[in-house]
Design a protein around this ligand. Structure first.
Ligand code: FUB
Length: 321
């Protein structure tokens, strides 16, 4: 009888596990771009245990359209950088009642077992805004954590443009304090409260040269790194500091213009001992380009003094390094 109950329990658990993964699909990366069955942009890496998650926007612009068309964000995971799993669409602009559309750049970060997804999207009241969604698992499902935007256009005044509140990047420092960085033309940062859904201080403007957009904040061996897209078409440059509050020392370009894409929006993470530079280009033949982009991964290397070597973008990808 006990064996029968155990068997039935196992069957139920198995069915639940199958159901949870019912819509996952698996594919092999064959060099760069790593994802070729759909266009993906603005990648953000997150390491959770043995897995690397890559969150990305979904480029859906038809060939005739010369601007972004993005309605949802996607998530992919891998344990070995070769075999990838695509999880069911975890978040769309429709999940934010206050959004008018545009699933622009984003980043996910973990705090106390919850996953917070900071996204840029168009606000119904006008201007780009930053929202935050939350989930219990890195692959979602995610739901709007606030029911309103965390950052709106009225909150930032360093430029007159309506799209300066985009491209969120988040870090939790070693002392537990979280910070949100973002911007276009002006680069902003602010402390986040422990609940990750409120600001805990004033919005500050960062003084770095030729900042276009796409700030990514990370820490490595006691240095803070602020990488960002510079000029247009964009290269990726970076600055270093011993303090998250700066001053930031400009260190130069780390990635050149990515072929036929005028943006290449980077993310920098360490996964299983390798430092990864995750970015996008327009390399999918024949329609890839600035509005039909594709996520790529190459290796990032530090010099002994902590500075970063120029990234070598490859077609072969990370497994050839
Ligand atoms: O994907 C839309 C915009 O393109 C992002 O917000 C920028 O970083 C650029 O990659």
């Amino acid at each position: 009888m006990r064996a029968l109950i155990q068997l039935s329990l196992l069957a139920i658990l198995h069915t639940q596990a199958d159901f949870a993964n019912a819509q996952d699909t698996t594919f092999m990366a064959k060099g760069n771009p790593i994802i070729t069955h759909k266009y993906t942009a603005d990648p953000a890496g997150l390491v959770v245990g043995e897995k690397l998650y890559v969150y990305a926007g979904h480029d859906e612009a038809p060939k005739s359209k010369h601007f972004y068309e993005m309605h949802e964000w996607l998530v992919f995971s891998t344990t070995d950088l070769k075999t990838w799993t695509e999880h069911p669409v975890p978040l769309s602009t429709k999940d934010f009642s206050w959004s008018k559309g545009d699933a622009w750049a984003s980043q996910v970060i973990e705090r106390d077992g919850k996953f917070y997804w900071y996204v840029a999207t168009e606000h119904k009241d006008g201007g780009k805004a930053i929202g935050v969604a939350v989930a219990d698992r890195p692959e979602g499902p995610f739901k709007d954590a606030l029911g309103k935007a965390l950052i709106t256009n009225e909150m930032t005044r360093a430029t007159a443009i309506s799209w300066d509140d985009i491209d969120p990047s988040v870090i939790i420092d070693d002392d537990g304090q979280a910070y949100l960085f973002w911007g276009n033309t002006a680069c902003y940062y602010a402390k986040l409260a422990n609940n990750m859904t409120e600001l805990a201080g004033d919005i500050q403007v960062i003084n770095i040269p030729k900042f276009t957009e796409a700030p990514w904040i990370h820490k490595h061996k006691g240095w803070y790194y602020l990488s960002y897209a510079t000029e247009f078409p964009e290269k990726i440059a970076y600055a270093m500091s011993r303090s998250i509050h700066g001053p930031w020392e400009f260190k130069g370009v780390i990635n050149e213009i990515a072929g036929n894409s005028n943006t290449n929006h980077q993310s920098i993470v360490t996964f299983k001992g390798k430092d990864l530079f995750i970015y996008h280009n327009g390399a999918i033949n024949t329609d890839g380009g600035s509005y039909r982009r594709s996520v790529c991964i190459d290796e990032l290397k530090y010099n002994k003094d902590g500075s970063i070597k120029r990234v070598v973008m490859t077609s072969e990808g990370i497994n050839s390094h």
